[in-house]
Ligand binder design. Sequence first.
Ligand SMILES: [Zn+2]
Ligand SMILES: [Zn+2]
Length: 340
Amino acid sequence: MKQLTLSTVLTNRVPNGAQSERKPAAHTYLDNRVTKSQRENKRTRSQRARERLQTKEHLAQLAVGLGEVELAHKIERCHSRLSVLTCGRHIARVIPNFTCEFRLCPDCGRRRSRRLQNKYLPMMSGFMLHNKVTPVHLVLTQTHRKENRKQSAKRIRDAFTKLQRREFWKNHFKGGTWSLEFTKGKDRLHHTHLHIIGFRRRFFDIELLRSEWLAVTGDSHVIHLRKVKDIATSLQEVVKYVSKPLDIRRFDADDLREFLGLKNMRMFGTFGEFRDFCKGFKPSDNDGEFDSLARDLVEGCACPQCNEPLFDLRMSAKELPQFYEQAESSPPGEVRKSSH
Ligand SMILES: [Zn+2]
Ligand SMILES: [Zn+2]
């Protein structure tokens, strides 16, 4: 392996204020809750990497407080040493030394949501090709009650099961995906939402759906609906809740204890005819192409973004935000020339 350190790479660079970060596509968001994820997209990669570090430190401390020393140790070890395949300006691949697979770990959550996207995007595209449907993003909410996370999740999922059995739903939806989003209000009550990417058969008045939801929940009428412009973006948005099931910055020891008590709660799933379609789906050779391309990249390959040769850089997790920062501030086109 070449003897390259982070500092040699960084000193070879001329920082200036130009932003090389690509802007995320503009979305129309539904309400304040979803606007939060829009703000998240606007944060730079270095900021997000720093936040992941802080989240993990916080989680590890909480785990130690609960006597879960082994869990704390796993979280600390996860992604602590990285092998970064880079041209100096772009990061083609990050290979971690170890992954903890803990469901609240932000690094492992990112990997998990990428895996879900790679798996379901070809199926969704395929389903839309074979069926005359319009994808919509539907958010179902419920009233807040004094209940634990498990009860709250069960209540909203049971209501959704009832909704799917009704004529109105069957006439208008051909299936889709669901994912759960949890937040906690200032009142400390769980706010649980179901995000649905539904394949709509035909147009309907939202007030009709609202009354259907009220009928199955008994007391909830707050729903949001919008047309999906880009299925990849919408899928990315809903799997984010799978990777980040909770606002961990506001997490305390009781929250972690509760979470550890419900290990295998499902956060994402498919329903209706889309579910059956997925079971019989055979991916074509092109599906997941980008993913396997990234996996095949090794030292010496051309950077997929600028064609400069890639080299392997070893760094600790704490150095990654700084590396991103340098990449973000380099002028477009400026590339570190490898000097070997
Ligand atoms: Zn992890
Ligand atoms: Zn590059």
